[in-house]
Write a protein that binds this ligand. Structure first.
Ligand SMILES: Cc1cc2nc3c(=O)[nH]c(=O)nc-3n(C[C@H](O)[C@H](O)[C@H](O)COP(=O)(O)OP(=O)(O)OC[C@H]3O[C@@H](n4cnc5c(N)ncnc54)[C@H](O)[C@@H]3O)c2cc1C
Ligand code: FES
Length: 277
């Protein structure tokens, strides 16, 4: 169902708020109107605007999957005004939701391929729906390797799900941190180093990466060294956003609007955008 005015948010009730890391919370939202709730469809990679009334709104990637019909989930890192206001809210609070916006990861095109998910920090949030979709349709895809990196062990998002992911057939989970603590016995290395050391094979593979720009930059270099072509590397672009509708030009890059043409792009598409500058 398309809203009459796409700038007006739907009302949603906060069902639950779960601490994922010291500065990231998972918000479970239920749209108040049952008709809107039933028709609200979305795909991995798409995003919504969530508003804290009286403060403002901000875009967040949906980290849930529509097919599980468990409500909308966003993982929000507190960085500034809107995110701080959202972090203050408790279950039962009413927020605004606009969306969904943007394109999505073309997971149907990846069927039969080996998938490498490479995420860092809060950048892992839009990658979780890919993992959930593959795990719920495990026979449709090849091997799944998940690399999740963070500054420290307590900054790894979605830790309660790691055992389930690692136990899935033909699935491997590699966790890495920039600096361990006294309990950490796992890998201490930057994400691009892990990519290099694991010697990921580009054969019949797609690498999907999302995280801080510096992580993406060096991960891309490693993937190219390993022989990945630019059309085998998928990432998401972030940008300042206001409308989400391709109207305000805040998120413009080259001849594209990230809010409408993105946020999901292949490196092949990004290289074309860079050539426009
Ligand atoms: C398509 C898209 C999807 C996103 N998905 C998520 C998500 O799933 N989870 C999540 O936590 N965030 C996500 N973000 C980022 C989120 O929108 C911003 O963190 C949010 O807008 C900040 O709003 P604020 O009012 O709290 O911060 P502001 O008060 O506007 O900014 C405070 C400080 O944070 C910095 N800042 C603002 N935006 C960002 C940013 N995007 N990255 C890093 N620093 C920033 C500002 O430069 C400033 O220093 C996404 C952004 C886009 C465009
Ligand atoms: S956010 Fe307004 S054009 Fe993209």
């Amino acid at each position: 169902m398309k809203p009459e005015n796409p700038l007006l948010p739907y009302l949603a009730t906060l069902q639950d708020v779960i601490d994922l890391t010291p500065d990231v919370k998972l918000f479970k939202l239920k749209l108040n109107d049952p008709d809107i709730r039933d028709s609200f469809d979305y795909k991995p990679g798409q995003f919504i605007f969530v508003s804290a009334f009286g403060v403002g709104e901000a875009p967040f990637g949906l980290t849930s999957v529509a097919h599980r019909k468990a409500g909308l989930e966003v993982a929000i890192r507190q960085v500034g005004t809107v995110t701080a206001a959202l972090h203050q809210l408790e279950p039962g609070a009413i927020v605004g939701v606009r969306g969904t916006f943007g394109n999505h990861f073309p997971l149907d095109e990846y069927k039969g391929k080996n998938i490498f998910i490479i995420g860092g920090g809060i950048g892992f949030a839009p990658l979780r729906p890919i993992i959930l979709t593959i795990l719920d349709n495990r026979d449709d895809y090849g091997d799944l390797l998940i690399i999740n990196g963070a500054r420290s062990p307590q900054d790894l998002v979605f830790a309660p799900e790691f055992d389930t992911w690692a136990a899935a057939p033909r699935t491997k989970l590699e966790l890495t941190v920039d600096a361990g603590d006294e309990k950490w016995t796992g890998t201490v290395a930057l994400v691009p180093t892990v990519v290099s050391e694991l010697k990921l094979s580009p054969e019949n593979a797609i690498a999907i990466t999302c995280g801080p720009p510096i992580m993406i930059h060096f991960t891309l270099i490693e993937l190219r060294k390993l022989g990945f072509a630019d059309n085998q590397i998928i990432t998401t672009l972030e940008g300042k956003m206001k409308c989400g509708l391709g109207k305000c030009a805040r998120c413009n890059v080259g001849d594209k609007y990230i809010c409408q043409d993105g946020p999901v792009f292949s490196m092949e598409q990004i290289s074309e955008l860079i050539e426009q500058f």
